[in-house]
Design a protein around this ligand. Structure first.
Ligand SMILES: *[C@@H]1O[C@H](CO)[C@@H](O)[C@H](O)[C@H]1NC(C)=O
Ligand SMILES: *[C@@H]1O[C@H](CO)[C@@H](O)[C@H](O)[C@H]1NC(C)=O
Ligand SMILES: *[C@@H]1O[C@H](CO)[C@@H](O)[C@H](O)[C@H]1NC(C)=O
Ligand SMILES: *[C@@H]1O[C@H](CO)[C@@H](O)[C@H](O)[C@H]1NC(C)=O
Ligand SMILES: *[C@@H]1O[C@H](CO)[C@@H](O)[C@H](O)[C@H]1NC(C)=O
Ligand SMILES: *[C@@H]1O[C@H](CO)[C@@H](O)[C@H](O)[C@H]1NC(C)=O
Length: 627
């Protein structure tokens, strides 16, 4: 045990040196100390009655549905007060659910246990999904009154049933929950037995509202939230962005707006799902097209523009979905963000004087910049957001005094060895941005600033005509907003990602593919509303998939995969959550949870722990030589 602790500490210090002061040592300390201070736990053991099962593509009976999960820190809620739980939606996304969101009307809860409407201490949402059969990973989004509040995706289920539950803090969306509206969930799924895709997603969403207590009063939440979405009453509300034009919304900002922050939710899909592995156009012709390398480079920047002026950018964490790179890596433990994608903040407070001019029609654009030309990205990104507003007493006046937004410094180098045997590419990017305004508010004059300082490197090595690729990406940065000397937003992050993928034998009959992936998510966030929170997630996954015929409709016939994760959370209220978890071959290996929030998101039940060897992986019988 002592040896293990020392090992973890050494690893953590290595990461700490890598991140180059972002987040700061002070921000990281509670995470690293907490991981080190692991209480002695009962060995998670192996349940004697657990039957080994062979889930995908087989129908053997099993003891219970597989519990699948993305590790998350549970919401911080009052203890000892009253609360109420309301079912918001129950829906099966099966046949005919593609582009057909479920829509129900929403009414704020009125029972006294919930607390007064709009004065809740906390709101949490429980998204629980059951699925049985065979299905790809699918993207999901939840909207309240056409504002996206949750971007999620699905497990690749098992033939014997899979269940996953994620709980998310929704307190910052209090103004939306305080008004009648509608709740919409899009979980575009395709059930088609000719493709052997037979699994629906049975979704239950419940909301829990907590009344304030003495120790846990009503927190500071936005006065108003304005949606940045296409507002369609029936279709998914995120913008589909696949060219440089981006997507726009005209908003009406109230006169007394004193602070305004844009929250952004974004994900690459189709040819942009693995954007961080895309090849710079300069080198796309190095190999024959068979390996299917995708162009327009690996760098992506999500931009927020106010009346056409760049207000801020997001260099996102790469969320790998459960079918991503090698599906057997991510069941039953997903990558960070698969069921609850991170969101990002930009302060547009310096633009308030401009937004409040006589001409009240303004444009906020969400745009994605890549490395190609006309358009700079492939198809497509799904992007949406919302403006979170804090109102003051009178009308704000003032002016933008600084808008230093240099061009994006992006550099692509690389080259192939003789005869194009191997290729190396390197993309680096830097961005510094300073936006400043002098505001006259009800409490006097104030200088407001928004700054970003971001750095990116992506190195890729290819061999075997592009069938083997090693990509290593580092994205680090700090985003800050200050009002006078008061820090109102700080986001310091490091998102390293290393992917080795091997498709050498892909085109052979009974060939296959595999990968080895390291991914971290280290982020210290002081959001504009709510308490400071820090996360350090360290994941390693590797696996192999065996395929049937080539050519033809191909299926996975067997697979192995293993994932380990070390997760640490701490926040400005002194709450912590730590988890050391591992899964292998469709079974849980171990799961240890500690920290003050441990009971709100406990480890998987012991009856699900297979022990050190993991599960059996999956396999199915295949008729050879089917043409
Ligand atoms: C992630 O963090 C671990 C330890 O905290 C470190 O050893 C590793 O190098 C990091 N991964 C990457 C891809 O940088
Ligand atoms: C989440 O919701 C599911 C389905 O309604 C329920 O079974 C589960 O107990 C809930 N989990 C928590 C922690 O509330
Ligand atoms: C070798 O790669 C370069 C681009 O890096 C490409 O222009 C050239 O056509 C390739 N040669 C062959 C024989 O494919
Ligand atoms: C008002 O502002 C919008 C956005 O900047 C612009 O497109 C429009 O032409 C302006 N209208 C007038 C009357 O100035
Ligand atoms: C790629 O996978 C094949 C099949 O498993 C294996 O023979 C080969 O050595 C792998 N290549 C590399 C570079 O790991
Ligand atoms: C998958 O099946 C193929 C063909 O039967 C076999 O060669 C391979 O070893 C199997 N792989 C695993 C991981 O079971």
């Amino acid at each position: 045990m002592i040896v293990m602790k020392a090992g973890i500490l050494a690893l953590i210090w290595a990461a700490f040196l890598l991140v180059d002061g972002q987040p700061s040592p002070e921000e990281l300390a509670p995470l690293l100390d907490g991981l080190f201070d692991r209480p002695t736990q009962e060995a998670s053991g192996t349940a004697a009655d657990l039957q080994k099962r062979v889930p995908l593509m087989t129908d053997d009976p099993t003891v219970a549905p597989l519990i699948d999960l993305q590790v998350f820190a549970p919401p911080v809620v009052p203890k000892g007060g009253t609360s109420c739980t309301v079912k918001l939606l129950e829906h099966s996304f099966g046949v005919d659910s593609f582009n057909k969101p479920a829509i129900v009307s929403y009414l704020p809860p009125v029972s006294p246990q919930c607390g007064k409407v709009g004065e809740w201490a906390a709101i949490s949402l429980n998204l629980s999904v059951f699925s049985i059969g065979t299905q790809y990973d699918r993207l999901g989004a939840i909207y309240l009154s056409h504002t996206e509040i949750w971007r999620t995706s699905s497990a690749e289920p098992t033939k014997t049933g899979t269940i996953w539950t994620t709980i998310k803090d929704m307190t910052k969306y209090t103004p939306l929950f305080a008004k009648p509206g509608d709740l919409m969930m899009d979980f575009s799924n395709i059930v088609d037995t000719s493709l052997l895709l037979d699994a629906a997603f049975d979704v239950t969403i419940t909301a829990t509202f907590y009344a304030p207590t003495k120790a846990f009063p009503t927190p500071d939440t936005p006065d108003l939230i304005i949606s940045l979405s296409n507002l369609s009453p029936t279709l998914p509300n995120f913008f589909t962005v696949d060219n440089d034009a981006g997507a726009t919304t005209v908003t009406d900002i109230p006169d007394t707006t004193e602070e305004a922050y844009v929250e952004i939710i974004c994900s690459g899909n189709s040819a942009e799902e693995f954007w961080y592995l895309n090849t710079p156009d300069e080198f796309i012709d190095t190999f024959p097209p068979d390996a299917g390398l995708i162009g327009k480079g690996p760098f992506r920047e999500v931009q927020v523009l106010v009346d056409g002026q760049l207000a801020g950018v997001v260099w996102p964490h790469a969320v790998i979905y459960t079918g991503g790179i090698t599906p057997s890596n991510w069941r039953p433990l997903t990558s960070f963000g698969a069921y609850d994608q991170p969101t990002y903040w930009i302060s547009i407070t310096p633009f308030i004087p401009q937004l409040l001019t006589a001409n009240r029609s303004h444009t906020i654009t969400l745009r994605v910049q890549g490395q190609g030309s006309n358009p700079s990205i492939n198809s497509n990104w799904f992007v949406s957001g919302s403006v979170h507003i804090r109102k003051g007493k009178g009308k704000i006046t003032g002016k933008l005094t600084k808008h230093e937004v240099g061009p994006l410094e992006i550099k692509t180098t690389g080259g192939a060895t003789a005869g194009n045997k191997t290729l190396h590419t390197r993309v680096t990017a830097k961005r510094k941005l300073v936006v400043e305004a002098e505001l006259k508010t009800s409490h006097g004059r104030q200088t407001v600033t928004f700054t970003q300082d971001l750095e990116y490197t992506n190195e890729a090595d290819y061999e075997d005509e592009g069938w083997i690729q090693r990509g290593a990406q580092s994205t680090i940065g700090t985003t800050e907003a200050r009002h006078g000397v008061r820090l109102v937003l700080r986001d310091a992050f490091s998102y390293p990602l290393a992917v080795f993928s091997n498709y050498s034998l892909f085109t052979q009959e009974l060939g296959g593919y595999g990968s080895d992936i390291h991914q971290n998510h280290t982020r210290a966030l002081q959001p504009p509303f709510g308490f400071q929170r820090s996360i350090h997630s360290v994941q390693h996954a590797k696996g192999q998939i065996g395929m049937d015929d080539w050519p033809g409709l191909r299926h996975a016939i067997n697979g192995t995969g293993e994932t380990t994760q070390l997760f640490a959370y701490s926040d400005g209220r002194g709450e912590t959550y730590f988890r050391d978890v591992a899964a292998m071959n469709d079974g849980w290996v171990k799961d240890e949870v500690w920290g003050t929030l441990k009971d709100a998101n406990p480890p998987v039940p012991r009856s699900q722990i297979f022990g050190p060897g993991g599960g059996p992986g999956f396999r199915r019988m295949v008729a050879r030589g089917r043409r």
